[in-house]
Ligand binder design. Structure first.
Ligand code: SF4
Ligand code: SF4
Ligand code: SF4
Length: 162
């Protein structure tokens, strides 16, 4: 299955589920809610406590307080056939900055860049206006470390728009 097909499948899935992010390495070709028994073992195993009990009692990722370290403890804890190969990219979601970014209000802020261990956020100089954060999708792991430090809640971790 090509990446392009995977992306469109995920986009369809996300539209139906209003952008719920499941734990990393969840298989793409399953209906998550059919297989998940809501046992909470992944929630208890998560070292940064970013897996929360979401809608319907199913696990969801929340980056509001911390990031995914890709420790794989959720994968190891799950008793159901939900997770796939952990030697590949954990998910397709990436960081996206919206227009509410403080730079657009003339405020000097680079908190997201400082939080990113992967060098995925840069501030390319812009002529006559403040530099706006630019995310290199290829370098972004979707770890979510840039979400909580943003003082204006301007970063979402989602499927790429295109
Ligand atoms: S890989 Fe580790 S940090 Fe990431 S969601 Fe799973 S348990 Fe949590
Ligand atoms: S450990 Fe597996 S079955 Fe249990 S809640 Fe998490 S994803 Fe669902
Ligand atoms: S999600 Fe992680 S890798 Fe991507 S820009 Fe934010 S901190 Fe960097």
């Amino acid at each position: 299955m090509s990446n392009r097909v995977n992306l469109s499948r995920r986009n369809l899935f996300n539209r139906r589920t209003t952008h719920v992010n499941r734990p990393p390495w969840v298989k793409e070709d399953i209906e998550f809610t059919d297989l998940c028994s809501r046992c909470d073992k992944c929630i208890q195993a998560c070292e940064t406590q970013i897996i929360i009990k979401g809608s319907g009692g199913f696990p969801e990722i929340s980056f509001n307080s911390d990031e995914c370290t890709f420790c794989k403890q959720c994968v190891e804890a799950c008793p159901e056939p939900i997770f796939g190969n952990t030697n590949v990219r954990p998910w397709l979601i990436v960081a996206q900055v919206d227009e509410s970014c403080l730079v657009n209000q003339g405020v000097m802020c680079q908190s997201c860049k400082d939080a990113c261990d992967y060098g995925a956020i840069k501030f390319p100089p812009a002529l006559g206006k403040p530099a706006f954060p630019s995310i290199t999708i290829e370098d972004c792991t979707g770890c979510g470390a840039c979400v909580a430090p943003c003082p204006n809640d301007s970063i979402k971790i989602e499927m790429p728009k295109n």
